[in-house]
Design a protein around this ligand. Structure first.
Ligand SMILES: *[C@@H]1O[C@H](CO)[C@@H](O)[C@H](O)[C@H]1NC(C)=O
Ligand SMILES: *[C@@H]1O[C@H](CO)[C@@H](O)[C@H](O)[C@H]1NC(C)=O
Ligand SMILES: *[C@@H]1O[C@H](CO)[C@@H](O)[C@H](O)[C@H]1NC(C)=O
Ligand SMILES: *[C@@H]1O[C@H](CO)[C@@H](O)[C@H](O)[C@H]1NC(C)=O
Ligand SMILES: *[C@@H]1O[C@H](CO)[C@@H](O)[C@H](O)[C@H]1NC(C)=O
Ligand SMILES: *[C@@H]1O[C@H](CO)[C@@H](O)[C@H](O)[C@H]1NC(C)=O
Ligand SMILES: *[C@@H]1O[C@H](CO)[C@@H](O)[C@H](O)[C@H]1NC(C)=O
Ligand SMILES: *[C@@H]1O[C@H](CO)[C@@H](O)[C@H](O)[C@H]1NC(C)=O
Ligand SMILES: *[C@@H]1O[C@H](CO)[C@@H](O)[C@H](O)[C@H]1NC(C)=O
Ligand SMILES: *[C@@H]1O[C@H](CO)[C@@H](O)[C@H](O)[C@H]1NC(C)=O
Length: 398
């Protein structure tokens, strides 16, 4: 058969509006492969989680020292913001606290795992108040059992908890409106197996995403649903590679339904679009370690200012920052052909041309080379093609 070419699309994009705003139309989000250390072992002992408030103040739940530390925008560490060990609510079990978060009024919430409760600290009550649980370990409706993950809905102040050892998710509203439960132990679509983390997409009808840790998957539950669907990983299958997770412990979503998933088995973060059967490695090397591109016994990360990824690198006693950048795309050509050709990536000093073949579709793209670390692989490219078509429409509409 003769080769047939049909040029579907050829756009020169010199300027892409909103390209640099995360959650919008950044065509190629990148995070530096090597992190910088914000706070190191001189000041930290097993930092388990972090929280970045609306003023970009970074709070560190430093479990080994029983403290919450604050790092302001001037990067000066305030080591005694809350010395938990000096507070009346503290007891020896509080040392295993697993999560920290906050609301828009400046209150701080600690998931006190060892005491099966959530404590709220506010500037006018630095003694803390129990706002969820606090009735001992158990599976009753007012109890928790080694909870490991927490999400505060800042609009409603509902406290969502990964009630890990009960293999259920709890939505703790208030004593008057009640407590709601999702799931039970198992591997069916309405079950979880020791879930460590959760994320609620408050901009998308409170869709719930659960890091279903021991099932090696992320489950999505629409609001009001009685079961979920697997949107990342494969139930019961774990390993190293783009199509599997390995004890996922934390999940955070963005406005485009990209999930960022930290697997504790690989100490790596993958970006996984809902509906895709593969993810892309964003942070880590798929193996644990102490180099600047690695993590060790990490459980939590958050997005910081400028969309950087901040990781509580627990085992390395440090807080790591993986800087964000948005790569400019200058030229896109998409062609259809009946005949396959090869896949080529060529580089010059200032640009990279990537040509990928997907069955009968050739796609090629030229990017401005920002640094030697920029590399657009063919898998990434395939994902991008979906975004390109929407950008194309956007430009026509302008
Ligand atoms: C990307 O494009 C924007 C807008 O034209 C420009 O300000 C920025 O410097 C460009 N960045 C790179 C890395 O070329
Ligand atoms: C990252 O750090 C490693 C050493 O830990 C170094 O070999 C590598 O060149 C660095 N990569 C970049 C992009 O700076
Ligand atoms: C920790 O950071 C301080 C400065 O912030 C530095 O002086 C010290 O050498 C660092 N310690 C380690 C072990 O890297
Ligand atoms: C850093 O900022 C905090 C307030 O966020 C302030 O209390 C402190 O004095 C500042 N430290 C320095 C060295 O500027
Ligand atoms: C925290 O409080 C405890 C108990 O009062 C005290 O022993 C410890 O020195 C304090 N730590 C700091 C860093 O202030
Ligand atoms: C905090 O606890 C201390 C010691 O138990 C007590 O004296 C103080 O009144 C408490 N403060 C508040 C605001 O509850
Ligand atoms: C709840 O706990 C009780 C006592 O430990 C146990 O008998 C029961 O099976 C548990 N229920 C569930 C649903 O796990
Ligand atoms: C919980 O579910 C998992 C996965 O189906 C199963 O392997 C495990 O035995 C269950 N545990 C209990 C206590 O039922
Ligand atoms: C999941 O829930 C839907 C309704 O919410 C129901 O129709 C479906 O049968 C359920 N599936 C399973 C496997 O429980
Ligand atoms: C590519 O071709 C194979 C074999 O014809 C087919 O199974 C597969 O679904 C195709 N993939 C795409 C993305 O079209």
């Amino acid at each position: 058969m003769r080769q047939q070419y049909l040029i579907v699309l050829h756009i020169i994009i010199v300027f892409i509006p909103k390209c640099f705003v995360f959650n919008e139309d950044c065509l190629l989000s990148q995070w530096s492969s090597n992190a910088t250390t914000l706070i190191n072992s001189t000041y930290l002992n097993a930092p388990r989680d972090i929280y970045v408030d609306k003023n970009n103040i970074l709070y560190v739940l430093d479990t080994g020292s029983g403290r919450i530390q604050r790092l302001g925008s001037n990067l000066t560490l305030e080591t005694t913001f809350i010395n938990v060990t000096a507070r009346p609510l503290f007891n020896s079990r509080s040392i295993s606290s697993a999560a920290i978060s906050g609301d828009l009024n400046g209150n701080i919430y600690i998931l006190d795992t060892g005491n099966a409760r959530v404590i709220k600290w506010s500037l006018d009550n630095m003694n803390g108040t129990v706002v969820a649980g606090g009735n001992g370990y158990g599976n009753a409706t007012n109890q928790l059992n080694s909870p490991d993950g927490m999400f505060i809905d800042v609009n409603t102040l509902f406290i969502w908890i990964a009630d890990t050892y009960n293999s259920r998710i709890v939505r703790w509203e208030s004593p008057s409106t009640g407590v709601f439960f999702y799931g039970s132990n198992g591997s069916n679509s309405d079950q979880f197996y020791l879930p460590f983390g959760l994320f609620v997409d408050t901009d998308d009808s409170n869709t719930l995403y659960v890091a279903d840790t021991y099932n090696h998957r992320v489950q999505m539950w629409m609001s009001g649903a009685t079961n979920g669907t697997t949107v990342a990983g494969q139930t019961g299958t774990y390993g190293i590679g783009p199509s599997v997770l390995y004890y996922p412990v934390t999940v955070i979503g963005d406005k485009n339904q990209n999930l960022f998933i930290l697997s504790s088995g690989t100490d790596s973060i993958m970006k996984w679009k809902v509906g895709s059967n593969m993810g892309v490695l964003i942070v880590g090397t798929y193996s644990s370690g102490s180099s600047s591109n690695q993590l060790y016994f990490s459980y939590n990360f958050k997005f910081g200012p400028d969309n950087s990824i901040f990781v509580a690198d627990t085992g390395n006693n440090r807080i790591q920052k993986f800087a964000f950048s948005c790569v400019n795309v200058t030229s896109i050509t998409t062609m259809m052909t009946t005949k396959p050709t090869s896949t080529v990536t060529s580089r010059t000093a200032s640009s990279i041309l990537t040509t990928c073949l997907f069955n009968s579709t050739i796609m090629s793209m030229t990017t401005i080379q920002r640094s030697s670390s920029v590399f657009i692989d063919c898998f990434h490219f395939q994902r991008l093609s979906i975004i390109f078509s929407s950008i194309f429409i956007l430009i026509i509409n302008k």
